[in-house]
Write a protein that binds this ligand. Structure first.
Ligand code: CA
Ligand code: CA
Length: 370
């Protein structure tokens, strides 16, 4: 189901303005700081530089500047998800990132300006699709090879949680304008995150906006919100029925959602408190595409390599569970996540998703370099 971008690239007014740093001033500050304070407190100097740099950046509408720094990517926790281990030190250059997920309204402007047609709005190409499937997979019936996408349809009773087909339904007609299928629409949801967008769609939007997708390392660094070694973007507090810290699942997944946080599916962006960087919904609401290819063993490989500033991920994809399917990284979990099932709203949680896949809990936000 791979697709090519349709529509033209075009900058959003004002967004693509270059950010002019006062480099001369910065050099003076840096030099003076070194003389006055001395090399022994380099960390403080870096912090000062970050603050000066931030103050001299021109504000980008709806985006937040994440200063350069280092962090432990991944987790030491004994989680069942070995793709998060081992943790390894990563250096990140400063970058901009959207303060919230891209909304339906923002995506609508992109489509209106370009005539872009999303992956979910086009019938799958069997010749492309079969490349992602085990050899010998039979061609589906013609009525199955129609435009559509994956929609979460909760079962009415408890089911085993090791079979996702019990709650994900291939739905003809489902797309960003009809997130749950032809009978649904965006009424009262223009300020909700767009969903049913493929990696190709997200990348096309970002290019049009003069932005890009964040790398996986940038995404996790931003999610951690100036905190080190914490489980969640807000710290270590466990979400619960009474502590509603972001839009996730309450009740028993996947058949009983008590909606104690107020939302059965997506919520308006900025409905929950931001993290330490001022970013909303890094955890929960919708999963977010990153630019990197997904490898389940990427962290094992990184642990043996020299530290690289702002790594851009592996050169190819590998998921032992679906070895024929190339995948891109998705991050942050969604309104479907619950501690009893995947708890993917943790900072370190990571997953791979085929880039031509749209789902009713998957969106994105954009980044921009200095
Ligand atoms: Ca919820
Ligand atoms: Ca999110």
């Amino acid at each position: 189901m791979s697709s090519k971008h349709q529509g033209s690239s075009k900058p959003i007014n004002g967004v693509q303005e270059s950010v002019k740093l006062k480099k001369g001033s910065l050099r003076f500050v840096y030099f003076a700081a070194l003389i006055t304070i001395g090399f022994g407190i380099a960390f403080a100097t870096t912090s000062l530089l970050n603050r000066v740099e931030k103050a001299s950046q021109k504000s980008l509408s709806g985006m937040i500047w994440i200063p350069e720094g280092e962090f432990q990517m991944g987790t030491l926790e004994d989680t069942p998800n070995k793709n998060e281990q081992p943790p390894h030190l990563v250096k990140i250059k400063g970058f901009w990132i959207d303060e919230h997920e891209v909304t339906n309204e923002q995506f609508q402007k992109f489509v209106e300006a370009t005539g872009y047609i999303t992956t979910a709005e086009k019938a799958p190409d069997w010749d492309e699709l079969k490349k992602q499937l085990p050899p010998g997979t039979p061609k589906p019936a013609a009525e199955k090879l129609v435009a559509g996408s994956l929609v979460f349809l909760p079962p009415t009773h408890p089911v085993p949680t090791d079979d996702v087909s019990l709650w994900w339904s291939w739905t003809p007609g489902a797309c960003w304008k009809h997130p749950e299928g032809p009978g649904s629409n965006l009424d009262n949801r223009l300020n909700h995150p767009v969903v049913q967008v493929s990696w190709d769609d997200a990348t096309a939007f970002a290019a049009w906006a003069g932005k890009r997708l964040p790398t996986e390392a940038e995404w996790e660094y931003a999610s951690r919100g100036n905190l080190q070694g914490k489980r969640f973007s807000w710290g270590d507090q466990l979400p619960s029925d009474s502590a509603r810290l972001t839009n996730i699942w309450q009740g028993t997944f996947p058949h009983l959602n008590t909606k104690l946080d107020g939302w059965e599916r997506t919520s308006p962006v900025k409905s929950f408190p931001p993290n330490g960087h001022g970013l909303h919904d890094m955890a929960g609401n919708v999963w977010e595409w990153c630019s990197d290819w997904y490898r389940a063993d990427q962290y094992q490989q990184m642990a043996n390599k020299p530290k690289v500033a702002s790594p851009e991920g592996p050169a190819n994809s590998w998921d032992p569970n679906e070895p024929h399917t190339p995948k891109r990284v998705t991050r942050g979990g969604s309104y479907l996540c619950h501690a009893s099932y995947c708890e993917s709203y943790r900072n370190a949680a990571r997953r791979g998703t085929a880039p031509d896949t749209g789902m009713s809990h998957l969106g994105f936000r954009c980044a921009q370099s200095k």
